[in-house]
Design a protein around this ligand. Structure first.
Ligand code: PLP
Length: 402
């Protein structure tokens, strides 16, 4: 892969020649093709979808619905009716909590999640437990950033109704054994929701092979615009679920007394959706598909391997959950330098990393630290940037330790 050519597709690097962007687990930069797609929609065929019977409305509807087909192919869903557009992973998970959880959970039932979850995959379940009387249980993590699945019978029981698991950790980069978790869950008749926010941008996903019931992800973490993401759900589950938001477009008939619902997936897309963003997500999927997800993973693996070697040269630097076989996300602390101080100093060198709890406070509690630094890589990063990161950290430590 020619990284220089890839970088040229991202105008932010032309506009900010000094920028070393290593906060890709948070959000990613946008290729010109995505920016152009947004602009073209607004300039050439801006209109609402699914209702206008004039040319540009039909064009917009076709572009919007073609992203649904692209999204289904991208994650290997067999039926495009299983793709619901949302604002992102957070909204997708909340949709399941309200629409599936509200109907199917009661006191005595258990929702099983893990100690590795992002807050987006904790809070909706805590709220659902409050509403339904169900209990929340956690699969523990080990100190080295893996799920401890050594005693599955302790967690997967006949009370378990729903299992929610992060596929790739946004803190460690650990890729969890989701297929095994789906098998354990289905053995006790529980449904499985996979938080795919960190896997979909970086590795090929096959929801049909995984056999998960729900899969949530965000467009902005995979080169797409903000404000758009998707929920994959098995069509038979969407059919039986109650609507999430009520309003225009999600109905078939409305009378003063009662209403009936649109077909899936539109039953879950109330109101005017984020049309431009959905169409932009289609352009991001085209861009990634053209590169090939196996090539994206290979670029990241090379960067991750290199970063592990380089960062190991820094004395006092500790990587959490370090291992070769994981996603290109490195959480670390160095000496006594507070993560916010380090991130601030690195910013003065043009290097953007993340510092904090990464919306995963239970992990921080488990590690016994208030915060970590996190460098996360994507297809446009280079080994030279990792050299600059290493030098930057060394300089920062020198400044602190005199
Ligand atoms: N889940 C994981 C693992 C994440 O990393 C994130 C965002 O950082 C989310 C969920 C929430 O995604 P969004 O803010 O796009 O809804």
């Amino acid at each position: 892969m020619n990284i220089t050519q890839i970088r040229n597709d991202f105008p932010i690097f032309t506009h900010n020649p000094e920028l070393i962007f290593l906060d890709n687990a948070s959000t990613t930069q946008k290729p010109q093709a995505v920016i152009d797609t947004l602009r073209e929609y607004y300039e050439n065929y801006n209109s609402n979808i699914h209702r206008g019977i004039y040319r540009i409305a039909e064009e917009a509807t076709a572009a919007y619905e073609s992203t649904r087909n692209k999204t289904a192919s991208f994650i290997h869903a067999e039926d495009s009716r299983s793709i619901v557009f949302t604002r992102g992973t957070t909204e997708s998970i909340n949709l399941v909590a309200y629409s599936w959880g509200g109907k199917n959970l009661k006191a005595g039932d258990e929702i099983l999640i893990t100690e590795m979850e992002h807050h987006s995959n904790i809070i909706p379940w805590q709220l659902l437990c409050e509403r339904s009387g169900a209990a929340l249980k956690y699969i523990p993590i080990t100190k080295d950033g893996k799920l401890d699945l050594s005693e599955p019978d302790k967690y997967f029981t006949d009370k378990t109704k729903l299992v929610c698991v992060i596929h790739q950790s946004n803190v460690f980069g650990t890729v969890n054994p989701v297929e095994e978790i789906v098998r354990l869950a289905h053995n006790c008749d529980a449904k499985v929701l996979v938080d795919g926010a960190q896997i979909a941008p970086h590795h090929a996903v096959d929801v049909t092979r995984l056999d998960c019931d729900f899969f949530a992800f965000s467009g902005h973490k995979m080169l797409g615009p903000t404000g758009v993401g998707a929920l994959y759900a098995k069509p038979e589950l969407l059919e039986e679920m109650d609507p999430f938001l009520g309003g225009g477009e999600m109905i078939r008939t409305v009378s003063m007394e009662s209403s009936t619902w649109n077909d899936i997936p539109w039953k879950f897309e109330a109101g005017t959706p984020n049309i431009a963003q959905v169409i932009g997500l289609g352009a991001a999927i085209d861009y990634l598909s053209e590169l090939g997800m196996e090539n994206v993973s290979a670029i990241e693996k090379e960067l991750h391997d290199y970063a592990r070697v380089k960062l190991a040269e820094i004395s006092g630097l500790k990587i959490y959950g370090d291992r070769e076989d994981k996603g290109a996300v490195i959480s670390f602390n160095v000496g006594n330098v507070h993560s916010h101080d380090l991130a601030h100093i690195l910013d003065t060198f043009g290097i953007a990393i993340r510092a904090g709890h990464h919306c995963a406070q239970p992990i921080m509690q488990k590690l016994g630290v208030p915060a970590t630094n996190r460098a996360s890589f994507y297809l446009y990063n280079t080994k030279e940037e990792i050299d600059r990161l290493t030098e930057g950290i060394m300089k920062a430590v020198e400044m602190f330790e005199g």
